[in-house]
Design a protein around this ligand. Structure first.
Ligand code: NAD
Length: 362
């Protein structure tokens, strides 16, 4: 059966950065005989504009039929005042939940060429290679009850629920241990077990799963300490496992270690091999439509798609090599630009990657 990739450009810089990844996919199809079919759909704010819903039924149907999904980003000021359940970000939460994409892999890898682009000292970050594994379909982002209610005294109260059951913790812990066993064999589970019962259970269950992976060294760390350690000495980490909200925050923090949030890809995986791939950043409305967004996080997300969902290791490696090569040649978008480097726009960066791929494929 032909493998299908659904492309969801989304909002803000989404369409600009996705265009670059789409051109690369077309290159692999035409020049490398990659056998996939491409389709596209609406999600987020643009879907609200067209259909009234952030995740239209048609998009969900296509997503369920697809082998993998490549997404840009959703959201923006235009849709911030509409009813909460109809906001763009709810479309994203809904597609993750509907497809059971519970494991979010966010590699924070520093290309040596960008060591100077980080705001931290070069010696602190050079050689950095961390895999952050974030639970994606549970925890406080999904827990009920949630909402904003009126209290008897007339003031409003906002409330959310942090909830994790054993099965949810076990399945994400298993992914993290398997990942660590294929890397340096070190796993740090991040929680707030001293204060939050849900993460006290998290710690217990992760320790139980550890018994099946004696080759992996497990460490537990509180979120406040982990945030500090990530900035103080990030290279102490190999794989970090954490909850939905803590992972959201820690991975943005880790992105700055790699030079820019525009460099951080992500894969959201279900147990059956299906995956949704997207940059870790948002729709960056402040720079949308200016051809200055860094497309490399999206291009590296495509490389994760090729590796994890299509099992096309050769193309995945080739794409990562091409990204590395354009960085070696000194090409930089605005967010990673420094003195002596060649300033390029979103399109030029995409084209440069394709040009390098042509030489690698020859
Ligand atoms: P953001 O990640 O969009 O932007 C934060 C900062 O990083 C901005 O200054 C932006 O210009 C910059 N930036 C982001 N991506 C970049 C890139 N590729 N190249 C260069 N610079 C880049 O976060 P935000 O401003 O907090 O959120 C903007 C919108 O995105 C909101 O509506 C938010 O809800 C949404 N959002 C969506 C996702 C997603 O789709 N997965 C994730 C986070 C935020």
């Amino acid at each position: 059966m032909t493998k299908k990739i659904l492309i969801l450009p989304g909002d803000g810089i989404g369409p600009e950065i996705i265009t670059q990844a789409e051109k690369i996919l077309s290159f692999f199809i035409v020049k490398g005989d990659l056998a996939v079919e491409l389709d596209c759909g609406l999600i987020g704010g643009n879907a609200i504009d067209e259909t009234g819903l952030p995740l239209p039924e048609e998009t969900l149907k296509k997503a369920k039929e697809a082998t993998a999904i490549l997404m840009g980003s959703v959201g923006g000021p235009k849709w911030e005042s509409i009813d909460r359940p109809l906001r763009p970000e709810r479309g994203l939460l809904a597609i993750r939940a509907e497809l059971g994409l519970f494991a979010n892999l966010r590699p924070a890898f520093l290309f040596p060429q960008l060591a100077k682009a980080s705001t931290l000292n070069e010696e602190v970050v050079s050689g950095l290679d961390i895999m952050i594994i974030r639970e994606l379909t549970g925890g406080i982002y999904f827990g009920n009850p949630r909402g904003i209610r009126k209290l008897d005294d007339g003031q409003r109260e906002g409330f959310n629920t942090l909830v994790y059951n054993e099965n949810e913790i076990k399945r994400i812990a298993k992914v993290a241990f398997e990942t660590a066993s294929k890397r340096q064999g070190r796993l740090c589970s991040v929680d707030k077990a001293n204060v939050l019962e849900a993460t006290e259970l998290w710690r217990e269950v992760v320790s139980e799963v550890a018994k099946d992976f004696p080759e992996v060294e497990l460490q537990h760390m509180y979120i406040d300490n982990a945030s500090m350690q990530l900035v103080r000495a990030p290279k102490q980490f190999d794989v970090i496992l954490t909850t939905n909200m803590f992972g959201d925050i820690l991975s943005d923090l880790a992105s700055m270690l790699t030079g820019s949030i525009g460099m951080l890809p992500s894969a959201s995986l279900a147990g059956d091999g299906k995956g949704m791939y997207e940059p870790a950043h948002g729709s960056a409305p402040d720079i949308a439509g200016q051809n200055i967004a860094n497309p490399l996080a999206t291009i590296l997300s495509l490389s994760m798609l090729l590796r994890y969902s299509l099992r096309e290791e050769k193309f995945a490696n080739m794409l990562e090599q091409a990204v590395s090569q354009v960085l070696t040649e000194g090409l930089r978008t605005k967010d990673i630009h420094s003195d002596g480097m060649t300033y390029v726009g979103t399109d030029e960066m995409g084209e440069a990657v394709i040009k390098t791929l042509s030489t690698l494929l020859d």
